[in-house]
Design a protein around this ligand. Sequence first.
Ligand code: CP
Length: 320
Amino acid sequence: MRNFISAADAQDIDGLVQKALSYKADPFKDRSLGAGKRIGCLFLNPSMRTRLSTQIAAQNLGMEAIVFNVGSEGWALEFEEEAIMSGNTVEHVKDAAPIFGKYFDILAIRTFPSLKNKEDDYSELYIKQFIKYAGIPVVSLESATLHPLQSLTDIITISENEQKKAGTKKPKIVLTWAPHVKALPQCVANSFSQWVNQWGKADFVITHPEDYELSEEFTAGATITHNQDEALKDADYVYVKNWSTFKDYGKVYESDPKWMLTNDKLKLTNNAKVMHCLPVRRNVELSDEILDGPNSLVTQEASNRVWAAQTVLSEILSGK
Ligand code: CP
């Protein structure tokens, strides 16, 4: 693995899952793999889980991890080629990225979308410019359209729960849209769809209100319905997430609380486990009764972020 920015960088998802679970069982077994190596974690946007889990993962492999909150503490970066930098940007990524390439062995970056211009966001200009100019492997800590470390974590968490069950029936996984007070990126939903589709080991259903279709680039292969109750029927896993509109980009058309998952709705499922990447707006996006109840996997999911990150760093360090 050279870079990790999408499911396309994962040749063997089940192999990554098994490696992650082996790190969970024995976190320090590859302590010498990253000795003398350094990872730079650049945050253009806020984070809790991604930031901490990536640092812990690097340290478990013997690496030094340096976090730089570029968005709040660094010079404002310019990403456009041939830009005339007479505005607010101070340093071009062409000048900054090669320096990161000299300071670090791996560069990890979080860069959210603007939600103002679909073409710009979906071109993934920012992370592609870092790949072009840094000259070292780049790991996405969530980019404009995808959140691959979260999605690998989600497959690890589902696999872990499936391994506890007898039988070989494919699980039914439902990705459901949920209400929110703000316009959020499509990254987590795009990425979850991309990974579940590539994994191919589930019956995958996506449910959302009308006009909330995600890009077919990520959802092709899933069953899509606007009827949440129908989607939830016999589900084994319900993945809850809000996203803003893709077609008429970055808008909020719907906020009806009837889309929030409750224990009553959970009765339609096969006693489904409930997932969310966090952070979550309680009693807007997901109810207290679900988050505090026995079906919630959110803490297990967040704790598994360490093993996903450790697996990806290990693959890059060992050149696999
Ligand atoms: N799920 C996730 O990426 O969490 P943070 O935004 O806190 O990193």
